[in-house]
Design a binder for this molecule. Sequence first.
Ligand code: HEC
Ligand code: HEC
Length: 211
Amino acid sequence: MKPVTGLISLVMLLMLTTATYAEEKPNSLIGSHLYRSYCLVCHGKEGNGNGPLAKKKDLRPADLSSGKYQKEKIGTLAETIGRYRKDADSNMPNWGLVLPEDDIKHIAAYITTMSNKGLKFRGNTRRGRIIYKNACIACHDKNGKGNGLLAQLIRIEMVDFSHPESMQKLSDDQLLKTIREGKGDFMPPWAGALNDDEIIDVASYVRLLGR
Ligand code: HEC
Ligand code: HEC
């Protein structure tokens, strides 16, 4: 009896996930959660191909952080993932048969943000998200658009974290410097209130909002 109940809850969970995420724009944050569930076991936390199952079974998953996949369009990458046909000696599952298209696009969006050689920092975005929620949304708002409660009061322009082109212009060094030291009259300095790791965590989360 037990295994059947387990299976039913799994199916319900999958249906729930699908329903909640249906018809959304590719979102790398959702993708990062899905990646952790479905891909990390082989491709690894950093995407470089040394996940626990890959090590155990001596598989050779592609290095998703190599820079190659970061150059691709999200749609193209999603097609690669979804229509992947394994040849005889491949161990890459055929995700198009299992995951909804939207989920594959979320994952593809996440992969395009993965550390390639140019990226200087890589923090814990889960911790970063909590810091962001506590310390940043008052001005930058939940999705980084810059129209939080306080921002509306002080009526000051700030870069839209959810706008990829604007965020690309902001270098990693500049991003970290502003968070550490503050900027202008209203962006507070966080050094002292947040330690170095926490600053990197929240900066990584800010980067994630741009995809
Ligand atoms: C059971 C292990 C395993 C899991 C789980 C897995 N992969 Fe893979 N993946 C591989 C292997 C092995 C390869 C190398 C290709 C081959 O052997 O054919 C690969 C290759 C790839 C490639 C390269 C395809 C190409 O042609 O360049 C992409 C992209 C990829 N995987 C994405 C994903 C995504 C996204 C997930 C999660 C939804 C995932 N993989 C889950 C094992 C896995
Ligand atoms: C009291 C309001 C306020 C809070 C709280 C706040 N910011 Fe800002 N932030 C601003 C303003 C205003 C700007 C625009 C500054 C400018 O360009 O002069 C800004 C700009 C930025 C920039 C753009 C950097 C640049 O060089 O253009 C980043 C990144 C940033 N903030 C991150 C954060 C993070 C991370 C937090 C939370 C730890 C945070 N901010 C909390 C008001 C705030």
